[in-house]
Design a protein. Structure first.
Length: 310
């Protein structure tokens, strides 16, 4: 992708900053981010001549002005926490659904070529038809999952009604450098690493035998770019296509950090699912392959990044 005008909502965040760093040398990048979780330091060059940074919330700006002349949109800005969505479903709906509809409307009015939407495996809920295919009916168990499923329907409807091209990427468990370790709702890997580095017991909710399908953030950034360049309109699972239990994951982290600290087990959280694994056949539609054999290598790379910033 070269010489394009690109908008990234949430472009200072964990995934958005990786996309921006990959594209900024050969494209004009506009980032909209309210810095609620993102950081300017996540960009390799925050002063790059190809960068326009709008430090505002999506709901407080005139999207028609900001999308004028934009070719592609990567939409990552959202409330991303299942627990927070359960605590405040009204805000979740507004931040995830209403702002997305406003963005889609602005995309249509400004003749945007394509939007790539960051969805989530949370739309599947506790579906036992593993590996999960994109054709499964959504069955979310949290307001967060419901909001992502709703946005996917809006994307399809805008494609059918107005011809807006889109790809919705259903992320499974993303990990990698720049993931927020300080959030009280931090993802499992940064939570484990951060607690161990502070010589504290990490927490595992439930018995630890729940399984997840992890995918490295570099692969997720590549998936966004590949989806944008493709002609595919629809939904694609973004995952490694395999399962690992939380107990197994902790064992790898523990071994890598050379610690004897054992985790503390607490009751399962409302909205959490037991098992998750993606069918990744649709990756072919966006011409992407994910090498899951590099999982441990990427995990060690991630752990070392957290050690460096400690």
């Amino acid at each position: 992708m070269k010489n394009k005008n690109i908008l990234i909502t949430g472009g200072l965040g964990f995934i958005g900053s990786h996309i921006a760093n990959k594209l900024i040398e050969e494209n004009n990048i506009t980032i909209i981010d309210n810095l609620s979780t993102g950081k300017i330091t996540y960009l390799n060059n925050p002063n790059h001549e190809n960068l326009t940074l709008i430090k505002k919330n999506l709901k407080s700006i005139d999207l028609n002005d900001d999308l004028r002349g934009i070719d592609y949109v990567f939409h990552l800005a959202a409330m991303v926490s299942v627990p927070i969505s359960i605590e405040d479903p009204i805000s979740c709906n507004f931040e995830n659904v209403s702002t997305t509809v406003n963005l889609l409307d602005a995309c249509v009015k400004n003749d945007v070529e394509k939007i790539v939407f960051s969805s989530s495996a949370a739309v599947y809920g506790d579906n036992r038809n593993i590996p999960l295919k994109e054709t499964e009916l959504p069955s979310p168990t949290s307001p967060y999952g419901a909001s992502k499923a709703c946005c996917e329907l809006y994307l399809k409807s805008f494609h059918e009604s107005y011809g807006l091209n889109y790809t919705a990427l259903r992320y499974f468990n993303v990990f990698g450098p720049k993931q927020d370790k300080n959030s009280p709702y931090a993802a499992v890997i940064p939570n484990f690493v951060n607690m161990i580095l502070e010589n504290k017991q990490p927490v595992i909710y439930g018995d630890g035998e729940q399984t997840r399908d992890f995918v490295y953030v570099g692969d997720v950034a590549n998936a966004n770019i590949k989806a944008c360049e493709s002609d595919f309109n629809g939904i694609v699972n973004i995952a490694g296509g395999s399962q690992i239990s939380i107990n197994q994951l902790y064992g790898i982290v523990k071994k890598t950090l050379r610690t004897d600290i054992e985790p503390k087990y607490l009751p399962e959280r409302i909205g959490d699912i037991k098992h998750s694994q993606a069918d990744i056949c649709n990756l072919d539609y966006i011409n992407l392959k994910i090498d899951n054999d590099k999982f441990q290598e990427n995990l060690i790379k991630t752990i070392n990044w957290f050690k460096q910033i400690k």
